[in-house]
Write a protein that binds this ligand. Structure first.
Ligand code: 5FX
Length: 529
């Protein structure tokens, strides 16, 4: 391979479109971001979305995503990015969102006119001007119906990797079919956000990849093909509207001549299937070894891992097709009460000062003298606790009204990560090391507790943009597989990436304290469901 080749990763996220360019030896050479609210103000979004007054319907205009690609490519041109050296492009999209293409859209994509912007020439190709997004929670009824038809939550999870979730695309499709029958009938194709962005680049309808396709409640995760039963339970003639599912490392085409003539891309530049943001983050964090577990500590805490023998749960978590290893899986758990809950306790005990919070945490013993706390400030996803509140238990399991400051600090951190560990084990995740990312990953006092709870070392990923970086890595990977005419292990290509820095090692005597308390914790948590 030539050392001059570049790989582009795009991330069409909720709030903006990001580009990351990496060199052949995985160094980041360029980054840029378009922010929807600021750079495309004509769409009047807030945080990239429109919220309906019903408090449940949350959409985004897909034409805005098109406009963002125009702006990003213009910016790259203005900043003299050598796009002619980009050998392959892949991308990431917010998961579960769908783009509804009206009849005739495919031929409009095929006939892109180099004289015009994408936003001008693709206005009107949508059968829905507003796309459902992952933040939409308006499909409780459709979820109930789907679980009932498919034989219950566990049966649906056993087949599709997840019980029915309101944000999952299939349930959104069912709602649109029921409430907007005309729009459904006039739809030629339904894309995910990820496959739609790939469609813009190839100038045709690009297929959905198996990993993002797993977030729809429609795909059989074992065969990685649509489940006929799930499709029939969702809406009529759906298979034709979705097209095929492809492995995530597939080449889906070359960039359309539009990009060659207008921006100077190479006509041979390959486009690799786009995937969801979490699958791309898994690639960006290089979770190629089956024991690697990522903990992303943000507004909510998300964990994900590669695994071979998943145990889909009818209660919690998701199993997706693995985006970098065909035949393997990716498990993901979202805990709603992450940073915001930690910050609330920090504010209560220290008026907002992390140093004081960390001092209190460091000064209390692992296991907290038997005191356990669960800080459910917003309804929790994992496990599903709908009654919000702070639940504190003393060493005899009696619920108490308060702890002292230091006990509160230790209780929230131990409770969050013990819960995460137990639920991760519940769907088959057995980590051998943890990779922390997101805001709280700079806090060594917290990372020490994480290492002790899991009994495994914690490493930190220095970059926060793991989705677009992962897309750039996947671009390189997809092309390497094509050039070798066989699947190449992702890990083989990642050899030159800088290793993650070790941030905390477990103290095994502290870990013992959590081994002793874990069954008690599980029982108390269950009592809140
Ligand atoms: C995952 O299931 C989610 O709903 C979110 O993380 C979205 O992918 C965010 F874009």
């Amino acid at each position: 391979m030539s050392v001059d080749r570049l790989f582009l990763g795009l991330d069409s996220s909720t709030q903006g479109l990001k580009a990351t360019v990496v060199t052949e030896n995985l160094t980041v050479s360029y980054e840029a971001t378009i922010n929807y609210d600021q750079d495309l103000p004509q769409f009047e979004t807030n945080g990239g979305v429109h919220r309906d007054s019903d408090g449940q319907t949350v959409t985004s205009p897909p034409l805005m995503w098109v406009g963002a690609l125009d702006l990003l490519l213009e910016k790259m041109k203005d900043e003299n990015v050598p796009v002619g050296r980009i050998a392959a492009i892949s991308g990431s999209g917010q998961q579960h969102g769908s783009v509804w293409l009206a009849k005739g859209a495919k031929s409009r994509l095929q006939r892109l006119d180099v004289q015009s912007t994408l936003i001008l020439q693709l206005d009107g190709i949508f059968s829905l001007e507003n796309s459902p997004t992952w933040m939409d929670s308006s499909t409780a009824e459709q979820c109930q119906d789907l679980e009932q038809i498919m034989g219950g939550a566990q049966a649906l999870a056993d087949l599709t990797g997840s019980r029915a979730y309101v944000r999952f695309t299939g349930n959104q499709i069912a709602k649109i079919h029921q409430r907007q029958a005309e729009a459904y009938a006039s739809t030629e194709h339904i894309s995910l956000v990820s496959s739609f962005m790939a469609s813009l680049l190839v100038g045709d309808v690009a297929p959905i990849d198996a990993s993002d396709g797993s977030g729809m409640n429609l795909m059989d995760i074992w065969s990685m093909q649509w489940s006929g039963d799930a499709l029939r339970a969702t809406a009529p003639a759906l298979k034709e509207k979705l097209g095929p599912v492809v492995p995530s490392h597939s080449v889906v085409g070359n960039v359309h001549p539009y990009y060659v003539e207008r921006y100077g891309f190479s006509p041979g530049c390959r486009v690799i299937a786009f995937s969801g943001d979490n699958p791309n983050s898994l690639a960006g964090l290089r979770l190629q070894s089956l024991g690697d577990l990522a903990i992303s500590m943000g507004t909510s805490d998300t964990i994900f891992a590669s695994l071979e023998n998943p145990k889909p749960s009818g209660m919690e978590g998701h199993i997706f097709a693995n985006p970098i290893t065909p035949g393997a899986f990716m498990a993901m758990i979202v805990r709603q009460n992450g940073s915001l809950a930690r910050e609330r306790v920090r504010d209560d005990v220290s008026g907002g000062d992390w140093d004081t919070f960390d001092g209190l945490l460091d000064g209390t013993p692992p296991g907290n003298g038997g005191k356990i706390g669960m800080y459910v400030l917003e309804p929790e996803i994992t496990p599903p606790i709908t009654r919000t509140g702070i639940y504190r238990f003393d060493a005899e399991d009696r619920q108490v009204d308060s702890f002292n400051k230091a006990e509160d600090v230790r209780a929230i951190i131990e409770g969050q990560f013990l819960s995460m560990r137990l639920h991760a084990e519940g769907i088959g995740i057995k980590p051998s090391r943890l990779i922390a990312t997101g805001g709280a990953s700079v806090n060594t006092s917290i990372l020490k507790v994480v290492a002790n709870v899991f009994g495994k070392p914690v490493y930190v990923a220095e970059r926060a943009d793991s989705a677009s970086l992962g897309a750039a890595y996947r671009a390189q990977h997809g092309l390497a597989c094509e050039e070798a005419s066989q699947f190449i292990s992702f890990a083989n290509l990642m050899g030159s990436a800088a290793p993650f820095a070790e941030a905390a090692v477990p103290d095994m005597s502290a870990h013992e304290a959590y081994e002793k308390v874990k069954d008690r914790f599980r029982r108390l948590e269950q009592s809140l469901l």
